[in-house]
Design a protein around this ligand. Structure first.
Ligand SMILES: O=C(O)CCC(=O)C(=O)O
Ligand SMILES: [Fe+2]
Length: 347
């Protein structure tokens, strides 16, 4: 059985080789991307460098989407924090609508954290006019287009993170890591406050621009990542220890505390983590993410038909779940039944 699986893997070699030109990042699943020999020759670092060059080019083509000062701050730091993002009445209308939303949710329990995701896809947004009005604006979308370096609608969710729901180690997101080898965007538009002692998003300013030491470290990791004991490093979201990270000589980490209606938006190809929480905490936000094909020179157009926009979120959720489940890698995500964002975790 194991041998025929291995054979099958090698028969798929041409497919694996083609995937080098895609956003595929798992060292462990793809014998070309994970090949120590090719990575010693520089395959991984070449992909990373080219992806960064192309993203810089796509962003330059969309420079007009951000005010100059904001664009400069992002290019320097790799993230932006924008307090009072929406006009207050618009924010309140959205918050009321979102907190009352009751829908089929996915949940995962990992370490001391329970995370809940409620999709804000086209079907949901049709029933949520205040949320649609607040989010589907040139400003919100423009920030995601620019930082994500593609003109595409981000996938949107209501994300609830309960920290300290049980005794246990911090969750997997609480270790410093990069999400991808290529520039990409995630954002949190906060509906609840985040205090310093809670699990605030933490970013290493400037680490979205890999320096020489970072590239040297990443090259070394790429030689063994296919065997990594740490699951997420094997999947291409490289984990790094705090001592090692300090040796790369970036600026000190910034753990963000913020009030509701703050937009935190970051290129999560830079080093970041979910900050450690000292006790129970609950963070609810509109969570967005968007990933394109890293080697394209143009930011592209969003080809989805307006009424179908966001339907991809639902389809993606199902597909992602089905595929990961089949491979035994659902990472603990399961459908949890109908929930509101602030419903306490089931015992
Ligand atoms: O929730 C956070 O603060 C960060 C989690 C994270 O690393 C991610 O979503 O990529
Ligand atoms: Fe991350």
């Amino acid at each position: 059985m194991a041998r025929s699986l291995a054979m099958f893997r090698w028969l798929l070699l041409p497919w694996h080789a083609l995937r080098v030109a895609s956003s595929e990042k798992a060292f462990r699943d793809n014998p070309v991307i994970g090949s120590p020999r090719l990575n010693r020759l520089g395959l991984h670092i070449a992909r990373k460098r080219l992806a960064h060059r192309m993203a810089a080019r796509r962003r330059a083509a969309m420079a007009a989407l951000l005010p100059d000062a904001q664009r400069e701050a992002f290019l320097r730091d790799g993230y932006l924090v924008i307090p009072d993002f929406l006009p207050p009445e618009r924010f309140e209308a959205m918050r009321a609508e979102v907190m009352a939303r009751q829908a089929r949710a996915r949940e995962s329990l990992d370490g001391y954290t329970m995370t809940r995701l409620i999709p804000l896809d086209a079907f949901a947004l049709r029933e949520m006019p205040a949320t649609r009005q607040a989010l589907l604006t040139p400003r919100y979308l423009g920030l995601h287009h620019y930082i994500g370096s593609f003109r595409r609608l981000p996938r949107l969710y209501v994300q609830t993170i309960f920290s300290g729901v049980r005794q246990g180690p911090p969750d997997v997101q609480s270790f410093y890591h990069t999400d991808t080898f290529f520039p990409t965007v995630k954002s949190w538009l906060l509906l609840t406050p985040v205090n310093q002692a809670e699990a605030g998003f933490t970013y290493i300013p400037g680490s979205h621009l890999p320096n020489r030491r970072h590239l040297a470290w990443e090259r070394r990791v790429s030689l063994t990542a296919h065997l990594a004991g740490d699951r997420l490093t094997g999947e291409g979201s490289l984990r790094i220890g705090e001592e090692q990270l300090a040796r790369l000589r970036y600026a000190a980490p910034r753990k963000l505390e913020a009030q509701p209606n703050t937009l935190i938006i970051a290129d999560t190809s830079g080093f970041h983590r979910r900050g450690l929480s000292e006790g129970f905490a609950c963070r609810i936000s509109i969570w967005a993410q968007s990933r394109g094909t890293p080697f394209l020179p143009w930011p592209g157009g969003d080809l989805t038909i307006p009424p179908l926009r966001g339907a991809a979120t639902r389809a993606f959720g199902w597909l992602d779940y089905a595929v990961k489940r089949l491979r035994g890698r659902d990472n603990g995500w399961r459908f949890a039944g109908t929930r509101r964002p602030a419903d306490p975790p089931a015992a």
